[in-house]
Design a protein around this ligand. Structure first.
Ligand code: 4AD
Ligand code: MG
Length: 432
């Protein structure tokens, strides 16, 4: 089979007639005495291929034995066929078996645990192939968005001496005999770099030793973060909203086919492109919940069920702002107009997807920072650099962090965040 120009299955289908050469893996197969039907897959799509015994008498023994995931090169005539899964069929003239596959361990129905154990093979499924393509679009669109807005890409360290969102969810690292940690956020280093570059972003792994098993927590996730000089809370929310809209727009442009394979109802995403995301204060969320018969005492964080009740009236993400200062991270400043609350927001996504972004203006008053750190039981010495950066020419600024897999979960309509990443890490899933 020399001198063949192999094309993608997607391109062959577009061509629609004439001779084509494609290569890939057997997705499904069935045979009779006279015929072998193979559904071939490559990165781009699947196509039905028919082999007639009378054309392949010499090779038939081999062909008859072809199983799922055998790799093949095929040349033949492509034509329309309504009965074929993607509407086209190749009548095969030549076949070359490249790599054998016997007893592929994923057949029809495996439970989630077993699929998780065979994740390295499950990536070949149409479901994972589609999600990974959408994930690639999402991450590409995030970079594209920030770069188009004049942001520099900035990287912070992954191994850190301390200083974090929440102490209990830090992963320890043995660092040459010294206790260090895996980062939960780039933020504190990003603020240092903000004083140099003003507008920065990154898409990088963050780590959280989350002990609770939910469908939206990973131990290792890709955190899309940004930090901007001179920004106030409204400006931060403008960026967040525009970023989400840009990502959805790109996915709808590039991944219609994948969304269809995932059976995602695109109508559920469209309102988020067209409508402005509401901005509602925590105080008002409590009032709305009260009208629904749910009493949340002022000062308590919203629980899963309360967020779901609140979000049932919305078909776009909603910004909830001004959470109680006392339950917020030490770097979130008081709102001078409502000092019991902080200048911060969470962006909650519809369809029970909960918080996908957390952001805030940053405290720059050294005394306030020290007070909050002490209250949280942190050691001031661990934060010397953070206090140092705000000692020289402090300015108003802020930023946010997006859980990239949470966004992918929502866009794809997934039940579990584990499917938004190729090799998930959770408390109970750590291999392969
Ligand atoms: O709300 P968080 O903890 O905020 C921060 O880390 C800030 N320092 C970000 C910033 O302002 N630069 O985390 C931000 C987002 C959350 O809204 C959530 O979407 C995601 O990160 N996230 C997780 N995603 C998956 N698995 C987990 N265990 C996550 N924890 C947080
Ligand atoms: Mg948060």
């Amino acid at each position: 089979m020399e001198d063949k120009k192999f094309i993608l299955i997607e391109e062959a289908i577009k061509k629609g007639k004439g001779k084509v050469s494609v290569r890939g893996w057997v997705y499904r197969e069935r045979g009779s005495n006279e015929f072998k039907f193979i559904i071939l897959r490559d990165a781009s799509d699947i196509i039905q291929c028919v082999l007639e015994r009378k054309k392949f008498e010499r090779q038939w023994k081999e062909i008859d034995k072809i199983q799922i995931e055998t790799s093949l090169k095929i040349t033949g005539e492509i034509k329309k066929d309504k009965r074929a899964p993607t509407g086209y069929e190749i009548n095969v003239d030549e076949i070359e078996i490249v790599g054998k596959s016997e007893n592929f361990p994923i057949q029809k129905t495996l439970n989630e645990e077993l699929l998780g154990d065979r994740r390295h093979l499950w990536l070949r499924s149409r479901k994972m192939n589609s999600i990974l393509k959408i994930r690639s679009t999402v991450i590409g669109a995030l970079h594209e968005y920030f770069r188009s807005k004049g942001f520099y890409e900035f990287q912070s360290p992954i191994i850190i001496p301390g200083g974090a969102e929440e102490g209990p969810t830090l992963f320890e690292v043995n660092y040459f005999g010294r206790k260090m940690y895996l980062t939960q956020t780039w933020q504190l280093y990003a603020e240092a770099a903000m004083y140099s570059l003003e507008k920065i972003y990154c898409v990088a792994p963050s780590f959280r030793a989350e002990k609770s098993k939910t469908n939206r927590h990973l131990a290792e996730y890709w955190h899309t973060e940004m930090e901007v000089a001179w920004a106030d809370l409204d400006e931060l929310m403008d960026y967040a909203e525009e970023m989400i809209k840009h990502v959805i727009k790109r996915v709808l442009e590039k991944n219609r086919k994948e969304l269809e394979i995932l059976k995602r109802d695109i109508k559920k995403l469209e309102p988020s492109l067209k409508k402005k995301f509401p901005r509602i204060r925590y105080d008002d969320v409590l009032k709305i919940l009260k009208n629904k018969g749910i009493n949340v005492p002022w000062g308590k964080d919203l629980r899963t069920i309360e967020e779901e009740k609140f979000m049932e009236d919305y078909d776009t993400p909603v910004f909830v702002t001004n959470y109680p200062k006392e339950i917020m991270a030490f770097y979130k400043p008081r709102d001078p107009k409502n000092p019991k609350t902080a200048l911060c927001f969470d962006l909650l996504a519809p369809e029970n997807n909960h918080e996908i972004i957390g952001g805030s203006v940053r405290e720059t008053n050294i005394e306030e920072l020290k007070k909050s750190l002490k209250k949280k039981g942190e050691k001031i010495e661990d934060y010397f650099y953070y206090l140092d950066i705000h000692s020289y020419g402090a300015i108003p600024h802020g930023g946010f962090g997006l859980g990239t897999e949470r966004l992918i979960k929502w866009i794809c309509g997934l039940d579990d965040i584990k499917d938004a990443i190729a090799f998930p890490r959770t408390i109970s899933r750590w291999r392969p």
